[in-house]
Design a protein around this ligand. Structure first.
Ligand SMILES: Nc1nc2c(ncn2[C@@H]2O[C@H](COP(=O)(O)OP(=O)(O)OP(=O)(O)O)[C@@H](O)[C@H]2O)c(=O)[nH]1
Ligand SMILES: [Mg+2]
Length: 296
């Protein structure tokens, strides 16, 4: 019997699939632990850019059901969109698809602990722009702010990125974000320790997985979440928690094309107006020179 579903978790050689279907009140969605058809893995090896895994969280798949808990992924449907980076620490052209078929990519940052850093945000924004998805920026740990006029995310708000300052500790801003994400599929990404899992505990309304500490020595998180996980609320809202990432390697883009993905700079360039005074100009230059150093 063939049925369809969505990939919720990916393990080496296996994936968990949430099976489609209307649920009765109180009924749990059927989850199957699936292997892939071998041909899918071999197919991939012929491509110029190979994926680290044949499926990603959010992929729509066709499953041959083998029992009440097991199945085989027989087909992977084309993706509506995806967010991808170069797989870190791997030689060659290997891609890591963070998630697929998304309504929102939520970039999670922290006001402090670890300190708000725009480096990763700009790279994410480029990849989100490339994927034609609307970005969302969450600034968590607002309880650590003593000066209400300090708005380090202001430059993103000013270019039209939807910003949500929140605190999972005192509840600030959680309901507004929850309403915004309702009935949609959203992936939560960012550095380790910014509070992605803590935020999802609040949005999801119950606890799963682990929340980690911040290292006193480095001021960074300790990579507590190790596997991405899709959660579904009773009203059909879907969230994907992901492990914290250190870097976001852009792919499929060279130094010359980069400006197109900084819309506020690109607009000025097209009008032959100067843009080197814009707030993100230095960030743009940094990424451009990094791409050129890689020979792109
Ligand atoms: N002060 C403060 N601390 C918070 C807040 N939200 C989360 N934390 C703390 O931040 C630390 C890291 O939280 P996690 O939810 O594990 O962070 P994460 O982004 O999921 O980290 P990884 O799974 O490693 O990527 C924990 O000690 C949380 O208690 C907040 O709003 N304010
Ligand atoms: Mg986590």
């Amino acid at each position: 019997m063939k049925q369809t579903g969505v990939v919720s978790e990916v393990f080496p050689k296996m994936a968990k699939v949430l099976m489609d279907g209307e649920l009765q009140p109180g009924e749990e969605r059927k989850k199957l632990l699936c292997t892939y058809r071998r041909a899918q893995v071999i197919d991939q090896e012929k491509q110029e850019w190979r994926e680290r895994s044949p499926v990603a969280p959010g992929d729509r798949v066709e499953v041959k059901v083998l029992g009440s808990r097991d199945g085989v992924i027989e087909e992977i449907y084309d993706r509506r969109n995806s967010i991808q980076r170069r797989a870190p620490g791997r030689e060659g052209k290997i891609l890591h698809t963070i998630a697929a078929n998304l309504d929102n990519v939520v970039i999670v940052t922290a006001y402090a602990d670890p300190v708000f850093s725009p480096g990763l945000v700009d790279r994410f924004l480029v990849a989100i722009e490339q994927a034609e998805i609307k970005p969302v920026l969450v600034i968590n740990k607002l309880d650590l702010r003593s000066d209400a006029n300090d708005v380090p995310w202001g430059l993103y708000r000013d270019i039209g990125v939807q910003c949500f300052p929140v605190s999972t500790k005192n509840g600030t801003g959680i309901d507004v974000l929850q309403t915004f994400l309702k009935h949609k599929v959203s992936v939560f990404c960012g550095h380790s320790g910014v509070g992605k899992t803590s935020l999802l505990h609040q949005l999801f309304g119950s606890v799963f997985g682990k929340v980690g500490e911040i290292s006193k020595a480095t001021g960074k998180g300790k990579h507590t979440t190790t596997v991405s996980l899709m959660l579904e609320t009773a009203d059909g809202t879907r969230f994907i928690d992901t492990p914290g990432i250190k870097e976001f390697g852009l792919h499929n883009i060279d130094g010359e094309q980069l400006i197109q993905f900084f819309p506020e700079l690109y607009d000025l360039q097209l009008k032959h107006e100067p843009y080197d005074h814009m707030p993100r100009y230095q960030n743009y230059l940094k990424i451009k020179s990094a791409l050129e150093d890689e020979g792109r």
